[in-house]
Design a protein around this ligand. Structure first.
Ligand code: HEM
Length: 339
């Protein structure tokens, strides 16, 4: 992934999202998106949240301009939090952008939550990420930052493979359906080409997990640890067959994948693109930086998270931070856009 530049176009309005005249057949307007969402995950990713201390749109433009200045070999993705829309800048808020609520079993630490801006930097090594985040940018107060990594290919710190249940990020049509805000959505026009980003900082109870026998761990997820196949099936990409197992004999009713995606006609509307990372702050503090993207945060993350309440995985997790953000659209000339 090479150099990327995003300059702010604050206050200039729309990024290729003019409505097309009524019955035109499939007119494709060039809606630009930022990288770091559907592009392949890189080995090192750090999230850094800031509060903005400048006043007025011109000041905000400068801040975004500085943040989006190029850093070699880093992919920078810029998102905004609900607090940026408190009237300071006269901006029109993405309709579903609220502060992240506290869900059952969350123990949220305000020092690790929310932020006016979220900057995500990814690279294939540490140096470009450090370089991007070491820049001193006037008008920004750091709020929290969390360095993430992929420990072993696609496995998380609990040793399970991740990604099987994700929609295919290389399928542009699928991503338009589930990830990117589209023309005609019930959103301010400037939001087209953006996406809701949910971040959850989740400490993992590693000693308790490691003490569990393999079969317990597999029952918690509903998949085998080795291959990632749904329990009772042969390979990772086999579709779990819950319909023929209504009592949960093969895959428990409170297994993570069964709660997360019950695979009923109703649950089809609740699709998210997960892009998680692991973190390790100390010997005793390690976990998951859960990140997901969706076109509608209520239909996506929030519905799924409520369904996960009481799942078998819950007792090994401590969600303590994160937030709801909105990834800004890109523009034709490589800017980010904020209406
Ligand atoms: C530390 C916390 C978590 C861990 C360790 C974890 C781990 C996993 C694993 C191993 C899988 C199976 C492989 C895969 O499909 O990727 C999975 C699937 C999934 N997880 Fe999580 N997850 C966590 C939190 C969450 C949260 C907070 C959500 C959303 C609210 C979520 C939503 C999903 C979904 C939608 C699937 C796909 C289910 C399917 O289609 O079969 N997960 N997760």
């Amino acid at each position: 992934m090479g150099r990327r530049t995003f300059l702010a176009a604050v206050g200039t309005g729309l990024a290729g999202c003019t409505a097309s005249p009524a019955p035109a057949p499939e007119v494709h307007l060039p809606v630009r998106k930022q990288p770091g969402v559907v592009t392949p995950a890189l080995s090192t990713t750090e999230l850094m949240a800031f509060d903005v201390t400048v006043r007025g749109r011109a000041g905000l433009t400068e801040v975004l301009r500085a943040l989006s200045s190029p850093v070699a070999d880093a992919v920078v993705t810029i998102a905004v939090g609900a607090s940026l829309f408190d009237g300071r800048f006269g901006l029109e808020r993405p309709r579903r952008l609220t502060p992240m609520p506290s869900f059952r079993s969350d123990v949220l630490d305000p020092a690790w939550c929310h932020g006016d801006l979220l900057v995500q930097v990814s690279a294939d090594s540490r140096e470009p990420v450090d370089a991007a985040l070491a820049r001193q940018i006037p008008g920004l107060t750091p709020r929290w930052r969390m360095p993430g990594f992929h420990p072993d290919g696609t496995r998380n710190l609990f040793g399970f493979r991740e990604g099987a249940g994700n929609p295919d990020a290389s399928d542009a049509k699928l991503m338009d359906e589930h990830v990117w805000v589209q023309p005609g959505d019930d959103e301010p026009a400037w939001c087209v080409g953006g996406t809701y980003q949910v971040v959850r900082l989740i400490r993992l109870a590693m000693p308790s997990w490691d003490a569990e026998p393999l079969e317990v761990q597999e029952r918690v997820f509903g998949r085998t640890k080795d291959t990632g196949a749904p329990l009772g099936q042969a390979s990772e990409h086999d579709r779990p067959d819950f319909a023929s197992d209504p009592g949960g004999r093969r895959i428990a009713l409170n297994a993570h994948i069964r709660r997360a995606n019950p695979r009923t006609p109703e649950s089809e509307a609740h699709k998210i693109l997960r892009r998680g990372h692991s973190y390790r702050l100390s010997e005793s503090d390690a976990g998951q930086i859960f990140v997901c993207y969706q076109r509608d945060v209520e239909l996506g993350f929030a519905t799924i998270q409520r369904r996960l309440a009481g799942e078998a995985l819950e007792k090994y997790l401590l969600p303590f931070g994160g937030g709801y953000f909105f990834v800004l659209p890109g523009t034709d000339d490589g800017h980010v856009s904020l209406g």
